[in-house]
Write a protein that binds this ligand. Sequence first.
Ligand code: SF4
Length: 418
Amino acid sequence: MARVFVETYGCTLNHADSDIIKAVLKHEIVENEELADVIILNTCTVKGTTENRICDRMKSLKKPFVVAGCLSANEKKIRDFAPGAPIVGTSSICLVNDAVKDALAGKASIYKKFQSKENLPKLLSAPIMRIPINDGCLSSCNFCQTKLARPFLRSFSPKTIVRWINESVKHGAREIQLTSMDSGAYGYDVRTNLVELLELIANDDSKDAQDGYLVRLGMINPDHAKKFLPDLKRILKHRKFYKFLHAPVQAGSEKVVKEMNRDHSVRDFADIVNTLRSEIPGITISTDIIVGYPTETEDDYEKTLELIRETKPEIINLSKFSPRPGTKARELPQLRTEEIKRRSKKATDLIAEINSETRKALIGNTYRVLITEKCPDYKGRNINYMQVVLKGFHGELGQFADVKINNANHNSLFGDAL
Ligand code: SF4
């Protein structure tokens, strides 16, 4: 039995894979590298900076390690930095014990054979539990390298997802994060769809789940959100769901969105936002935006700023474009780095200004908050998935508290527990 440390990078889906890896391992899981005999790097390649950090990590590691996650799609890159490390593909994580054995033996093996994750165990966590609903997506965006590492849509069965939710709630989870590369693509490969799944979750009244938990719907592309909008409006009003929608628009220019090969228009995104805001007052809209896409002109960029001013998403994950190996966008003539930095800075300032305004408007309100973190202050989420930092709470993580908001900044609301 070896001592294994699992080091995870990237998105909620990759963290959910680490929960499966930790449950599958027939070894002792340790909390840091110092205690470990072997390290598993569960990697991410969505941004060049993250990939470079992981490559430096591989170069500096003195202990045996395994490379899993999205970088596993780029064997040549891994071999440049880790000629002796076993590689485990994103669809082969049930073979991680063989890879650990190989790492200890210094054997540079590769595990890429598809093995379903459907019946694999998962490490249960509380009060927040990540539940993957599908791997892969149905799109092929010209900037995306994740698609190369997770090329096929693979959905978990609704039965497995509901079972995982109930096991997690029984284990103390009170916030369920449904995660996927695109939850809108859920189920097309198993003759169901996202709406059917969410209805099943909403109507699931098994005893364990009566303690009151909240479900956060994961990232959904606007083309799917538009198709499901009548049902999404209804389902997001259900008491089990956070009033929250994360729909990546990526740019504010119709021209650029088309050149990114996205399956939606900017107008689709704006219409979804306006509809949900009128149907569910206070709902939190989250989106992803890339600035500096190779074909983005100054005018296109201004359209992105205009969209931010018009729709005021409460959460914006802003990224500077970085050309990813193997993607079409990498083959295009690139914008100057300084120009991309200038655009990113200006957009970041605008976002902070709008987010601060939006949150300051909520001062004086009282919310029921699910307490999920203590670091060092207690933090939680109100029903609109807005982050609340609170004082005067003396209960446990996973409990709800009524909180009077007395301050705010661009990122959080602040208040006192009543
Ligand atoms: S929807 Fe596009 S950006 Fe998202 S994972 Fe799929 S290909 Fe990548």
